[in-house]
Design a protein around this ligand. Structure first.
Ligand SMILES: Cc1cc2nc3c(=O)[nH]c(=O)nc-3n(C[C@H](O)[C@H](O)[C@H](O)COP(=O)(O)O)c2cc1C
Length: 389
């Protein structure tokens, strides 16, 4: 367990818990929020979490229990990254959303979440250069903004040698990728999802276009900020035209250099995107905190307000993620710095996270060793609920 959470937990006394109950205090994280047409009963969002248990890119029945455990009436859940096309694959056993079989396999998972009153969005991913030949059709090189391979050893336990140097997308091929996202979004709605989150963060294809330290294109998609952002914005527009802007979120991580994907002026990039998104009226913008510059960083200082200009510039719902505990989450919501907070690792390990936050209960530790293993139960659906301890 990260040190900051241990300290925080140790400070909790029985008296504090009792006092909170007696005062009938509703903590900011547990106040309702209207996100477009969705009535959320609280602000604690399930962050997108790849769990690599979707064998051969097909969502599996064990995901029904996993997502259902993390569902509350009026709670908002974002699915693990779901690949939009064959060329978008980057990891083993991540779910896809480009075939009929995948759509059918998602249906019972989505239906169960909605039966329990959850609001469920599907995260759409194209991995770009974070891939290798084995995942690509006919063993071809992965496609990306550039033909530059990863320079540095990535964080998060991956080995740079696993990734095949990519092939630079020709300008004329870009509409095809945009179209893949459009169709994937349509498929997600057919599977029953309430909407989609476009994954524009963490070093994958969209982020590879956005960041100046990686995008070395000389066509209209490279160079200035004004040129690097349209790929993401064209995608947003195409998906909005297909399923409606009120069903779309975009995830961004301007401050992260995860997977060798950094930018020299993240403030300007974040602000440009936040402003540009207003034109499309999308439902939400989901931004990863600067403090999460290293993947899965354990110890974080509190939120420092760096995202506030983006929050102020964006006219839809703002979601933050990265290193949040109960205290930080209450603070940012209470101070109006964000509408919602997405929790990753704590939600992974605590299926009843909103309830635990409500009663200020201690949290299960997460087991990093089973984050990405393929077992349908261990480290997946076997984290205990507080009431059963
Ligand atoms: C096991 C694991 C899988 C993840 N998978 C995804 C993913 O599929 N899509 C994504 O955008 N972020 C993914 N992330 C990042 C999380 O959504 C989140 O931003 C990160 O864990 C920081 O939040 P936290 O401090 O609350 O865990 C993943 C993180 C973890 C730990």
């Amino acid at each position: 367990m990260p040190d900051n959470m241990e300290t925080w937990r140790d400070k909790i006394t029985h008296r504090d818990q009792q006092e909170e109950k007696n005062n009938n205090n509703i903590i900011p994280l547990l106040t309702p929020y209207k996100m477009g047409s969705f009535n959320l009963s609280h602000r604690i969002v399930l962050a997108p979490l790849s769990r690599m248990r979707s064998y051969d890119y097909i969502p599996q029945p064990h995901a029904i229990l996993y997502y259902s455990q993390r569902t509350t009436e009026g709670g908002f859940l974002i699915s693990e990254a779901s690949v939009v096309s064959e060329t978008g694959r980057g990891y083993k056993h991540t779910p896809g959303i480009w075939t009929k079989e995948q759509v059918e396999a998602w249906k019972p998972i989505v239906a169960e979440v909605q039966a329990k009153g959850g609001i469920f969005f599907c995260q759409l991913l194209h991995a770009g250069r974070i891939s290798n030949r084995d995942f690509q059709p006919n063993g071809k090189a992965p496609i990306s903004y550039s033909d530059k391979p990863l320079k540095n050893q990535p964080n998060g336990g991956f080995n740079a040698a696993e990734f095949t140097p990519p092939r630079r997308l020709r300008t004329g091929e870009i509409p095809q990728i945009v179209n893949d996202f459009r169709i994937a979004a349509r498929n997600a709605i057919e599977a029953g999802f309430d909407g989609v989150e476009i994954h524009g963060a963490n070093g994958y294809l969209i982020d590879q276009f956005l960041k100046d330290q990686v995008n070395d294109r000389t066509d209209q998609y490279g160079g200035s900020l004004k040129n690097r952002c349209p790929f993401a914005l064209e995608l947003v527009e195409a998906v909005a035209n297909e399923i409606g802007a009120d069903k779309i979120g975009l995830r961004l991580s301007p401050f992260a250099d995860y997977l060798d994907c950094g930018d020299s002026n993240p403030e300007a990039l974040g602000l440009y995107m936040a402003r540009a998104l207003n034109k499309y009226n999308i439902l939400y913008c989901h931004v990863i905190e600067p403090r999460m510059i290293k993947a899965q960083q354990e110890k974080c200082d509190g939120p420092d307000g760096t995202l506030l200009p983006m929050r102020k510039a964006f006219s839809g719902t703002f979601i933050v993620s990265g290193g949040y505990n109960r205290e930080d989450g209450n603070k940012v919501v209470g101070e109006g710095h964000t509408a919602l907070v997405a929790y990753g690792r704590w939600f992974l390990a605590n299926p009843d996270l909103p309830r635990r936050f409500e009663i200020n209960a201690p949290l299960n530790k997460y087991d990093r060793a089973t984050f990405y293993t393929h077992d349908p139960v261990v480290g997946y659906t076997d984290y205990p609920f507080y009431e059963s301890l």
